[in-house]
Design a protein around this ligand. Structure first.
Ligand SMILES: *Cc1c(COP(=O)(O)O)cnc(C)c1O
Length: 375
């Protein structure tokens, strides 16, 4: 099956009792244990509705198996903690999602785990590797600058040294990028974003080989963070429209990026789909589409970013992303507020930078909304 079809059909539970075409929801938390090979329990990460979602995501990501969690950070933290111990070293990029950054800075020190943060560049990541490096965590495209890293280069380097590689694939979605096929061990998604897609459920997933899944699942049983059946069913339902949602969102994002790029009041646009982007060629080589996230810097002498955001009528000022509705936020006062102003400047996040999550609305309405607010 192609991806559009996998979104609809892969992993569905066959309803042999009633012949219904949609996966039934099994809300039970207590399962018969007699004459069974595996014990089922929600926090064992193996109930029918959890398995259905995992199978669908595995089909899309071309991975053997995976574990579904109650948040993206549960997926990321469990995947990392499954492969490190005290004395080990982890390499991360400094442009990583804020929560992953905080996990390393707030929790690693007292666990005796060392971490080096690097620029969003494959050579920089490889150079940071030491004898005790056990894990490399990357993200591409990044939040909020939409930087792209050479995934294959990092994966090949790490594989030779037996280092476990983890990628946060949330922004790309499984439709645009399949890092497992490029050699990355573990692919993590915040399902709260595009997979859920309607800004109303919180979940996450890690997919990888059968062997690494066993390890992650074993640690997950101890840490918890499992997802209930009702939310699994909502997620499965949402994923059925993933390809048409993300397809439309990506198309809209491309149009808006081009529009903003030629605008006199916009100083710069970050979107790997633009031919002018420094990451365009690399993105083309490892992605099937460029996604629906973009960021741009207003010319502060011409527009006050705060007034601009308040003047929008359709695009909503909100944190989080990936929903069917377009949302916008200023990273300097939201996702990256905890980082010092100096560090933000160093990474390239100015006070006038705005991050736009493009929805499925008619794109001309979105462009008119932006035009009106710019005026
Ligand atoms: C939101 C997000 C996460 C964390 O996901 P939660 O579901 O909020 O825990 C991780 N990575 C990226 C890129 C995200 O956007």
């Amino acid at each position: 099956m192609r991806k559009d079809t996998q979104c609809v059909h892969s992993g569905a539970i066959k309803d042999t009792m009633s012949g219904g075409v949609i996966s039934p929801i099994f809300t039970t938390t207590a399962f018969d244990y007699l004459d069974r090979e595996h014990l089922s329990y929600p926090r064992y990460f193996n109930t029918p509705n959890q398995n259905a979602v995992v199978a669908k995501v595995c089909a899309l990501e071309v991975a053997e198996d995976g574990v579904l969690f109650s948040s993206g950070m549960a997926a990321m933290s469990t995947a990392i903690l499954a492969f490190v111990k005290s004395g080990d070293h982890v390499v991360m990029m400094d442009e990583l999602y804020g929560g992953t950054h905080a996990l390393a800075t707030d929790e690693f020190p007292r666990l005796g785990i060392e971490c080096t943060f690097t620029a969003t560049d494959a050579d920089a990541v490889c150079k940071a590797v030491k004898d005790n490096t056990r894990i490399i965590v990357i993200e591409s495209p990044t939040n909020p600058l939409l930087s792209v890293i050479d995934i294959k280069k990092v994966a090949e380097f790490a594989r030779k040294r037996n280092i476990v590689t983890i990628i946060d694939n949330t922004f790309a979605t499984p439709l645009h990028q399949n890092p497992h096929g490029l050699g990355i061990d573990i692919v993590v998604h915040s399902g709260t974003k595009y997979m859920g897609g309607h800004s109303d459920i919180c979940c996450g997933i890690a997919v990888t080989t059968r062997e690494k899944t066993e390890r992650i699942r074993a640690v997950a049983r101890n840490l918890g963070g499992s997802l209930n059946a009702a939310t699994c069913a909502l997620l499965e339902r949402s994923m059925m429209t993933l390809s048409i949602r993300v397809g439309r969102q990506t198309e809209n994002a491309g149009r808006i990026a081009q529009h903003l790029e030629q605008h006199a009041k916009v100083r710069r646009v970050n979107y790997p789909g633009l031919a002018s982007s420094a990451f365009h060629r690399l993105a083309r080589s490892q992605m099937d589409g460029f996604g629906a996230m973009l960021s741009f810097e207003l010319d502060q002498e011409k527009v006050d970013p705060n007034r601009f955001v308040r003047s929008l009528r359709i695009i909503k000022p909100a944190v989080s992303l990936g929903g069917i509705e377009s949302t916008i936020c200023a990273p300097a006062v939201t996702s990256h507020a905890k980082i010092s102003a100096e560090e933000r400047r160093r990474i390239g996040i100015s006070d006038s930078l705005l991050r736009l999550s493009v929805g499925i609305e008619q794109v001309d309405d979105l462009i008119e909304d932006i035009e009106g607010a710019l005026k």
